[in-house]
Design a protein around this ligand. Structure first.
Ligand code: GN1
Ligand code: MG
Length: 359
C-alpha cells in the first residue's frame, strides 16, 4: 500500500479505538504480503496488533470483519486461545477512515510467537493438533452464515483462467523470463485436474493456514490458535490441510531459489498427521480421500497465483525484490512436484494415521 506512516499518524489512529490513550511505539511487521501490520508496544511490552486491511484485495471489508466476528464466537476453548478484537469507538469491529482506509485492532497474545518453518516434530504435531481443534470448534458454526469475501479463492479452474489471461497480456520480457514456470504449470495442470474431487462438504475454513499463521506459546511450545482470519469463509477441509502441509513438510522458504533445499519431509509430515489424528473423528470418508489432492494442490495454486501476479507486473502481492513472485512460483511448483512424487506414500500414511477417523 506504500504510504509511510509515522509513529504520530499511528498514535492518532489509535484514538479511534477503545484503548487507553497512552504513549505507544509502533513496529511494522513485514511477514504478510497483503495487509499493513504493526505491533503496538507500551513501555517496551507488546500490547496490540494494529492492521490496515488491504481494501483492493478485500473489497468487502464489512464481510471480512463479519465473518471474523462470527467465527470468534466459536474459537474459544481451554485448548484454544481467543483472538480479542477491540472495537472502534463507532462500535464497529473496525475503523473506517474517509471511506478508503480500514483499520482494526487486536489484543496481542502475550508470550506467543510464530515462525515460518517447523523446527521439530513437536511443532509439526502441534500444528496438526490445532488445525483439527480449529475445525472441531468451527464445525459448531452454521456454514451458511459465512460470506464469500474472495469468491473462488482456491478454485483451480478460476485461477487457471486468471493465469491464461495474464499470459495473454504479459510483457514479453516477463513472459520469457517466466518460461520454465509457465511450462511447468502447463505440464502439471492436467494431473491436478485428474486428482480433483468434486461434491465435497463445505465447512467454515481458515483458508490461509500456513504455519506462520499459528501462534505458539513461548512457555509450553504448544500451539495456541490461528491468526489472520481475513480469508475465513466457506471452503473444503483439504484447503486448510494442504496449506499447512506445504509449510510443515517443506522447510525451505516460499521464495527459495536453491531448490535442492526443498523436500517433502516425511517425519515432519507424519508428526503433523499424528497431531491432527489426536482430535479424533471428524472427517468424512470423502474428505479423507481429498487430503492427497490438498498436499499437491495448495502449493501449486499458490505458485500459479504468484506466477500470474508476476506476469501482471506484481499488482497483487507486495514484493520485496524484483523477481520475488517468479521465485515464489518456481519454489512452490518445485514442492508440489516433490509432493506429487510422494503420492502413494502420502495415501498410505494418511490411511494409516487417520484410519480411526473414518466412519
Ligand atoms: C497472502 O498476506 P498473507 O501472507 O496473509 C495470501 C495467501 C497466501 C500468502 C503467501 C488474501 O497472505 O493466500 O498463502 O500470501 N492471501 C490472500 O503465500 O491472497
Ligand atoms: Mg493471510
Amino acid at each position: 500500500m506504500g504510504t509511510v506512516l509515522t509513529n504520530k499518524d499511528l498514535q492518532e489512529l489509535l484514538k479511534n479505538f477503545s484503548v487507553d490513550q497512552d504513549h505507544y511505539v509502533f513496529r511494522r511487521i513485514d511477514q504478510g504480503f497483503i495487509n499493513d501490520t504493526f505491533l503496538v508496544l507500551k513501555k517496551g511490552q507488546p500490547r496490540y496488533i494494529l492492521q490496515r486491511i488491504n481494501h483492493e484485495v478485500f473489497m468487502d471489508v464489512a464481510g471480512v470483519m463479519g465473518n471474523m466476528t462470527k467465527a470468534l464466537n466459536y474459537l474459544n476453548d481451554e485448548d484454544y486461545s481467543l483472538v480479542v478484537l477491540i472495537p472502534a469507538k463507532t462500535t464497529n469491529s473496525y475503523y473506517e477512515l474517509n471511506h478508503e482506509e480500514f483499520w482494526r485492532l487486536m489484543e496481542y497474545i502475550p508470550n506467543s510467537f510464530a515462525h515460518d518453518f517447523a523446527n521439530n516434530s513437536k511443532e509439526a504435531y502441534e500444528a496438526g493438533r490445532i488445525l483439527g481443534k480449529f475445525h472441531l470448534l468451527m464445525g459448531n458454526a452454521p456454514v451458511d452464515q459465512f460470506v464469500d469475501t474472495i469468491p473462488k479463492f482456491h478454485n483451480l479452474s478460476f485461477r487457471w483462467q486468471q493465469f491464461q489471461e495474464a499470459l495473454k497480456n504479459a510483457v514479453s520480457v516477463r513472459r520469457n523470463k517466466a518460461d520454465t514456470a509457465i511450462s511447468f504449470a502447463e505440464k502439471i495442470m492436467p494431473r491436478l485436474m485428474e486428482l480433483s474431487t468434486h461434491e465435497m462438504p463445505l465447512r467454515p475454513c481458515h483458508n490461509d493456514t500456513k504455519l506462520n499463521n499459528i501462534l505458539f506459546s513461548k512457555t509450553t511450545n504448544k500451539a495456541l490458535c490461528f491468526i489472520d482470519l481475513d480469508t475465513l469463509m466457506k471452503g473444503h477441509f483439504y484447503y486448510d490441510f494442504g496449506d499447512l502441509v506445504r509449510t510443515i513438510a517443506n522447510t525451505a522458504k516460499e521464495d527459495e531459489k536453491e531448490h535442492h533445499k526443498i523436500s517433502f519431509h516425511r517425519p515432519l509430515f507424519e508428526s503433523f498427521l499424528d497431531g491432527l489424528a489426536s482430535n479424533g473423528h471428524f472427517l468424512t470418508q470423502d474428505e479423507l480421500k481429498s487430503l492427497l489432492l490438498g498436499t499437491v494442490l495448495m502449493p501449486f495454486i499458490h505458485g500459479l497465483r504468484a506466477l500470474t501476479d508476476y506476469l501482471n507486473n506484481d499488482k497483487y502481492y507486495t514484493v520485496s525484490y524484483a523477481d520475488q513472485n517468479l521465485d515464489r512460483s518456481l519454489s512452490l511448483f518445485d514442492f508440489s512436484k516433490k509432493a506429487l512424487n510422494e503420492l502413494s506414500y502420502i495415501e498410505e500414511i494418511v490411511a494409516k494415521k487417520l484410519k480411526h477417523t473414518q466412519y
